[in-house]
Design a protein around this ligand. Structure first.
Ligand code: HEC
Length: 250
């Protein structure tokens, strides 16, 4: 019995740790990203944002334009015209031309490939990251980030979101020493988007990166529904058969 209890505890512990929360997005608790992988329109808007705003620096080299177009229901010709800027082909992987050495000189750290970032960091982290850039004049790009302290990436959505200031307050921690904790954001400049619109744009982008991290999820979900439907239908003859078999047994 004890073994079973221990096994059970080990099984549920990751969920436990997550539920317990904690500051798992750097200086704050992660915001929750309510994305929906079935929403093709959201995925389509997401890939557009990704290609236009991120692929200057980041690749997703495990994903080909062709696969992305098929999965997202996009016309291959439109993808070629609107999303493939170079002399690339539809079968190409979504790689970039920036040499890693130059990138290191420019940014201190080369921008990592983002194919698997939704799996390594989690979609809630990504969502929080894109929403918590704030002005910090001590940083090379003039911004810092609550989820990623001293990040070496500019706030690429500044035009859309605007710039904000982070206000911190001093609190005493459990040991009585003073710590700086995040209190609130205050707007500094306005962006082209309302807060709600910006939120949706970030959700679309995160949705797309979530898809990129595991394209098979789309297939698995649709297969899952079919399997469950099949099992429900199978239940009817199974039930009738059971009744038939047991009707003379008392
Ligand atoms: C001008 C270049 C540039 C652009 C454009 C850019 N990034 Fe970055 N990004 C970087 C650099 C450099 C880093 C590494 C930062 C560090 O390690 O301090 C980075 C890091 C990241 C990370 C953290 C990865 C990790 O796990 O450590 C994420 C996530 C990310 N970028 C997402 C994006 C998204 C999404 C976009 C588009 C909306 C974008 N980036 C656009 C330069 C860029």
């Amino acid at each position: 019995m004890r073994k079973i209890i221990i096994a059970f505890l080990i099984l549920v512990s990751p969920a436990w740790v997550q539920a317990a929360g904690g500051k798992n997005c750097g200086k704050i608790d992660c915001y929750k990203a309510n994305t929906d992988l079935h929403n093709k329109q959201s995925l389509q808007r997401g890939v557009k944002l990704f290609v236009n705003y991120c692929m200057g620096c980041h690749s997703t080299k495990f994903m080909s334009y062709e696969r992305m177009a098929t999965d997202l229901g996009l016309d291959a010709e439109l993808v070629m015209k609107n999303l493939v800027f170079s002399d690339g082909k539809i079968g190409d992987y979504m790689d970039i031309a920036m040499p890693a050495d130059d990138a290191k000189t420019w940014f201190g750290t080369p921008p990592p490939d983002l194919s698997l970032v939704a799996r390594s960091r989690g979609k809630n982290w990504l969502y929080t990251y894109m929403k918590t850039f704030y002005a910090d004049s001590s940083r090379p790009f003039g911004v810092n980030n609550l989820a990623f302290a001293d990040v070496g990436m500019p706030h690429v959505f500044e035009g859309m979101e605007g710039m904000k200031k982070a206000v911190f307050k001093t609190e005493k921690d459990a040991h009585g020493s003073e710590v700086e904790v995040f209190d609130r954001f205050e707007p500094l400049t306005e962006g082209t988007m309302s807060a709600a619109k910006y939120d949706q744009a970030v959700l679309d982008l995160v949705n797309y990166l979530d898809y990129t991290g595991e394209p098979a999820k789309l297939v698995r979900y649709s297969l899952g529904v079919k399997v469950i439907l099949f099992l429900i239908i199978l239940l009817i003859p199974a039930y009738l058969m059971k009744k038939e078999f047991w009707k003379d047994v008392h």
